[in-house]
Ligand binder design. Structure first.
Ligand code: PMP
Ligand code: GLN
Length: 388
């Protein structure tokens, strides 16, 4: 038999799936894979149920139902002051994951270089390598995750086709400042590149920080593709409804990939997400406030046990250094150990690094969980590490 594609078959099962399976096997409280454990906003769910029963369930337009594309354009205007033409500049995708894949397959030519900022989300590198690109990594390291011009100097070059930026950044829980974004914009313009901006956590920034899309910076509107996800904004990760906003000339090749990969996304989930995106500002600020409260609840518990908590400026993940707990082993071993022995699951931060010598003493915990679940996890860890 002839071999399968060597790039994709060189990857194992994603760390999120591996840890979730282990959590199920050991009846562990799963603070690993990032998903909220509540039902999601009931009016958005109701809108989906109503739409399922009253609206067509056949193929919607390939780019997405007009209601959602219009809502994405209104959202861009309301939150970022950007004028977006819903007909030519917005496409609905099957989650941000598909938007990323369609964008990379639609834009990359073999041999192009792509600048990525580590730690990074797991789907980026396999897809861009499959598309024929060469990854150029800019490494951010804990606890500060500081972005430097020196690191960008080393990564950008004449072959750079695009920058892939995740902001707010999973798992660093970093929200890029305006100054950092200006620095990135400077490189994007200087090297005449594009920027693919994964902004799925755009509404989850804390402590007075606001998310700034790279696309909203001067001179960046024509160079950026911006990706959002209803999974994160409405705590409905299983719906897999995403959206991509880009200038028409950039969206066209991305839509070609989308058309051949999935063609369309379930129409009535799209209609419900359109309803959701039109909610008052209070829904969006409420989401961030609610997540911040959960962050603090989990952080206090983990700190009591002896974890060293890193700053969490956005996303629904918090990073905890475990060096002071006396565990002998790396972060993967630690996450397996607490799953099996303490009944709490986390994700090793080293899994988000593609290069060698990744930080190996930090575990990422998801706090998008109900209070009793967070408390239960802290209680189990306290018992295990003997601090009670
Ligand atoms: N990008 C980042 C940074 C993520 O954390 C996730 C995860 N959930 C995704 C993309 C994928 O989003 P979706 O579920 O909408 O495909
Ligand atoms: N984005 C989620 C996380 O970081 C996982 C998504 C997935 O499992 N594919 O945990």
């Amino acid at each position: 038999m002839k071999a399968a594609n060597s790039i994709l078959s060189s990857y194992g099962t994603s760390v999120f799936e591996v840890m979730s399976r282990l959590a199920i096997e050991h009846k562990s409280i799963n603070l690993g894979q990032g998903f909220p454990d509540d039902r999601g906003p009931s009016d958005v769910l109701q809108a989906a149920a109503d739409a399922l029963l009253t609206q067509p369930n056949q193929y919607p337009p390939m780019l997405g139902v007009p209601e959602l594309r219009q809502a994405v354009a209104r959202h861009a205007k309301r939150f970022y002051g950007m004028d977006v033409d819903w007909q030519s500049e917005v496409m609905v995708t099957s989650g941000a994951t598909e938007a990323l894949a369609s964008a990379l397959f639609g834009l990359i030519e073999p041999g192009d270089e792509v600048v990525l900022i580590e730690p990074l989300y797991d789907s980026y590198i396999p897809i861009l390598r499959r598309a024929g690109a060469v990854p150029r990594l800019v490494r951010l390291t804990p606890p500060d995750w500081t972005l430097t011009a020196a690191a960008l100097d080393a990564a950008f070059g004449p072959k750079t086709k695009l920058l892939l930026l995740n902001n707010p950044q999973n798992p660093a829980a970093k929200v890029f400042s305006r100054a950092e974004l200006e620095l990135l914009a400077d490189y994007v313009k200087r090297f005449d590149t594009l920027a693919l901006c994964d902004e799925v956590y755009e509404h989850i920034a804390f402590d007075g920080r606001t998310h700034i899309p790279l696309m909203a910076l001067p001179g960046m509107r024509e160079r950026c593709l911006k990706i959002g996800s209803a999974g994160k904004t409405f705590s409905l990760t299983g719906w897999k409804v995403g959206y991509i906003t880009a200038p028409a000339a950039l969206l066209a090749p991305v839509s070609r990939c989308h058309q051949f990969l999935v063609f369309a996304t379930p129409p009535n989930l799209q209609r419900a997400v359109a309803f959701g995106l039109d909610q008052d500002n209070s829904y969006f600020t409420g989401l961030a406030q609610d997540m911040r409260r959960r962050r603090d609840r989990l952080a206090q518990g983990l700190a009591r046990i002896g974890f060293d908590l890193l700053d969490c400026a956005g996303t629904y993940f918090i990073n905890a250094g475990f060096e002071r707990l006396g565990f002998n082993g790396d972060d993967m071993a630690f996450c397996q150990h607490i799953t099996v022995e303490a009944g709490v699951t986390a994700i090793p931060v080293s899994a988000f690094y593609a290069g060698p010598d990744a930080p190996a003493t930090i575990a990422r915990f998801c706090f998008a969980k109900q209070d009793h679940v967070l408390d239960g996890a802290v209680e189990r860890l306290e018992k295990h590490f003997g601090r009670r």
